[in-house]
Ligand binder design. Structure first.
Ligand code: OAD
Length: 257
């Protein structure tokens, strides 16, 4: 067990979950890290430590060099094919089941585009930043889910109209889906427990949900490997890998309720 996983802290989180009527969990790249998926801002191997997001994750970058951008996203997509959900993803499925069994509400919001939550069994996931598996035509808007090998041309072409296709993810400077935001806002507005897991809590609007939840009187918990701007404001902050902390919290929560 990671030395920073203080049993009292884990126990207090488990008690909060056991009592909560409406839980919201938001996840970031840290939850997929133990599945072998690179995060964005980890100092060494984070994606943004190696690449300039403005060169790869903006509409302008795609307009300037659609081949470079779609090659990069397709490389990430193909690497993801060998990644499996980790114990953290699986624990979130069971925690949601437990809360719902006793009539509570559990909403999972993710910033991740890898769909590992769904692969683990989470349903009704609010995908704030879209999915790297969905590729959308820039002309007719047709979306095709791509689970096969690498594309044969870059940018890939639409099967229907032949125009260039782009990854179905949100780029910097783009607005998030209204439906996703409305669903997330509604869940955050009524939750009494908010869990921020595996995110640096710096990208808005996702990073703002914890503050809104707190203002609405919810308890706020953070599980993250390193401190974030949120750490000083939450009720409990656990600095540990989510793939270790979440299963332990699940076991404690199951023993309580
Ligand atoms: P970041 O890479 O910014 O933050 C990941 C966080 O997870 C860091 O604070 C790490 O310390 C932590 N972490 C790493 N391994 C962990 C583990 N095993 N368990 C728990 N925590 C761990 O990724 P996000 O916060 O998800 O936006 O980034 C938010 C958004 O910025 C992404 O969705 C993406 C990016 O640009 C878009 O694509 C629009």
């Amino acid at each position: 067990m990671t030395q920073s996983m203080n049993p009292e802290e884990l126990n207090s989180i488990a008690k909060m979950i056991a009592k909560a009527e409406s839980v919201v969990a938001i996840t970031g790249a840290g939850v997929s890290a133990e599945s072998g998926v690179p995060t964005f801002r980890d100092a060494q191997e984070g994606l943004w430590a190696k690449y300039d997001p403005m060169e790869l994750a903006t509409p302008g970058a795609f307009a300037r060099d659609p081949e470079l951008v779609t090659r990069w996203y397709d490389e990430r997509r193909c690497r993801l094919q060998s990644c499996e959900p980790n114990p953290g993803h699986l624990a979130l499925v069971k925690l949601a089941e437990r809360v719902r069994e006793r009539g509570g509400r559990f909403t999972l919001i993710t910033q991740n585009v890898d769909r590992l939550h769904q692969a683990a069994g989470s349903d009704d996931v609010i995908e704030l930043h879209g999915s790297i598996w969905d590729w959308r035509c820039t002309s007719c808007g047709m979306v095709q889910e791509e689970r096969g090998g690498p594309f044969s041309e870059f940018p890939p072409r639409c099967d229907s109209c032949g125009a260039a296709r782009r990854p179905g993810v949100v780029w910097f400077g783009e607005s998030l889906s209204e439906d996703a935001m409305d669903r997330a806002d509604e869940a955050v507005s009524v939750c009494d427990l908010f869990l921020s897991i595996g995110t640096s809590a710096v990208v808005h609007p996702a990073a703002g949900f914890a503050y809104s939840a707190r203002m609405n009187g919810a308890r706020v918990v953070e599980i993250n490997l390193e401190p974030t701007p949120l750490s000083g404001l939450v009720d409990v902050s656990v600095q540990a890998p989510s793939g270790e902390a979440l299963p332990r919290i699940l076991d404690l929560a199951l023993a309580i309720s």
